[in-house]
Design a protein around this ligand. Structure first.
Ligand SMILES: Nc1ncnc2c1ncn2[C@@H]1O[C@H](COP(=O)(O)OP(=O)(O)OP(=O)(O)O)[C@@H](O)[C@H]1O
Ligand SMILES: [Mg+2]
Length: 282
C-alpha cells in the first residue's frame, strides 16, 4: 500500500527457474527494458554470480562488477552501469569461482549494501542462477515477489516444481508467479500453467498465479546475436509483444505486501509510481 507520503516500497522481483537455460536472463533483460519504456526507473541486478551474462544481453561493457563489491574494492554505486535512460545494471561476475559459491552470509551482506543506493528505483529485477543453491534462495527470499520461468519440457517442468516447492514449503515464501517461455501460443502457455498450478495446489497447497507467456521466436535469438534485447531489436515481434504484456501486468500489481521482513531496500521507498497516470509522484 502506498504510505501517507504517496510513496510505496520498492518492487523487487526475482526471476528464477529450476533448470538452466530456460530464459531467465532473456525475461529479466527484456522485462527491465519494457518497464523502463513504460516510464519506470529500473535497476537490474545480475545475480547469476558465477556465469553472469545480462551485460551481453543488453550490449553493455562493465569494467567492474559484483566481485569488486564483495572484495571491498568498490561500492555498489560505483559499479552501476547506465544502460538506457531509466535503466541501470549491476553487473554480475562471470567466471569468478569465489562468486559462484557465495555463502548465505555473504549473499545477505550483499543484499544489505542496497541500502547505500542514494535514489531508490521503482523496481529492482533480480536475475538469479538456475537451481536451488543457498545463495539463490537468499536472493529470492529478499524479493517482494518471485517469477519462475518454465518451458514445456519434462525436466524444466519438474525442476520448476522443485524450486517452487523449496521456496514455498521450506522457505515459507509467497507471491510466486509463473512465466511460461518459448510456447507456441498464449493457449499453450495457459495450459502449461494449468498443469503446474494443479500440481502445486494438490501437493503443496499453493495457488500459483499465471503472469504470462512468451512465444518461441527466432527474433529473440537474432537479437541476442546482436547484443540487444528483442523489445528494442524487433519491437513488432511476437516475443516483444509478450514481454510488454508481462511488463504491463506487473504495473497493474497492487503495492507489495509484507515487505517489513524483506531485505532489499528494506528501509527505502520508491517514487510512488502510478501506472495509470504513467508518472511518478515525487
Ligand atoms: N522466447 C524465446 N524464443 C526463442 N529463444 C529464446 C526465448 N527465450 C530465450 N531464448 C533463448 O534461449 C537461450 C537461453 O536463454 P537465457 O540465457 O535467457 O536462459 P537462462 O535461464 O538465463 O540461462 P542460465 O540458466 O544459463 O542463466 C538463449 O539463447 C535465448 O536467446
Ligand atoms: Mg541467465
Amino acid at each position: 500500500m502506498p504510505d501517507a507520503a504517496g510513496s510505496k516500497p520498492v518492487e523487487v522481483f526475482g526471476v528464477a527457474s529450476g533448470k538452466g537455460g530456460v530464459g531467465k536472463t532473456t525475461v529479466s533483460t527484456n522485462l527491465s527494458v519494457a518497464l523502463c519504456q513504460m516510464g519506470w526507473q529500473v535497476l537490474l541486478l545480475d545475480a547469476d554470480l558465477g556465469l553472469a551474462n545480462a551485460q551481453l544481453a543488453l550490449g553493455v561493457r562493465a569494467e567492474f562488477n559484483l566481485s569488486h563489491v564483495t572484495a571491498g574494492q568498490k561500492r555498489l554505486a560505483e559499479i552501476m552501469v547506465p544502460v538506457r535512460p531509466g535503466l541501470q545494471l549491476i553487473p554480475g561476475a562471470s567466471g569468478v569461482r569465489s562468486m559462484a559459491a557465495l555463502s548465505v552470509d555473504q549473499t545477505e551482506a550483499l543484499i544489505h549494501t542496497f541500502e547505500q543506493i542514494e535514489t531508490a528505483p521503482d523496481c529492482l529485477v533480480v536475475d538469479v542462477a538456475a537451481g536451488i543453491s543457498p545463495g539463490v534462495l537468499s536472493f529470492m527470499g529478499a524479493c517482494t515477489r518471485r517469477m519462475v520461468v518454465v518451458k514445456d519440457d519434462p525436466s524444466s517442468i519438474a525442476d520448476a516444481y522443485g524450486i517452487i516447492k523449496v521456496m514455498h514449503q521450506d522457505q515459507g515464501l509467497q507471491e510466486i508467479y509463473l512465466v511460461c517461455n518459448q510456447v507456441q501460443s498464449e493457449a499453450h502457455g495457459q495450459q502449461l500453467h494449468q498443469r503446474l498450478a494443479d500440481v502445486c495446489r494438490r501437493f503443496i497447497g499453493l495457488e500459483l498465479p499465471y503472469l504470462g507467456s512468451i512465444e518461441a521466436d527466432e527474433l529473440v535469438l537474432d537479437a541476442h546475436r546482436k547484443y540487444q534485447p528483442v523489445v528494442e531489436f524487433a519491437p513488432g515481434s511476437a516475443a516483444a509483444r509478450d514481454y510488454r504484456r508481462l511488463a504491463h501486468a506487473i504495473t497493474e500489481w497492487p503495492a507489495p505486501q509484507g515487505v517489513a521482513v524483506r531485505r532489499f531496500f528494506m528501509n527505502r521507498r520508491a517514487r510512488g509510481f502510478t501506472a495509470a497516470a504513467g508518472t511518478a509522484q515525487r
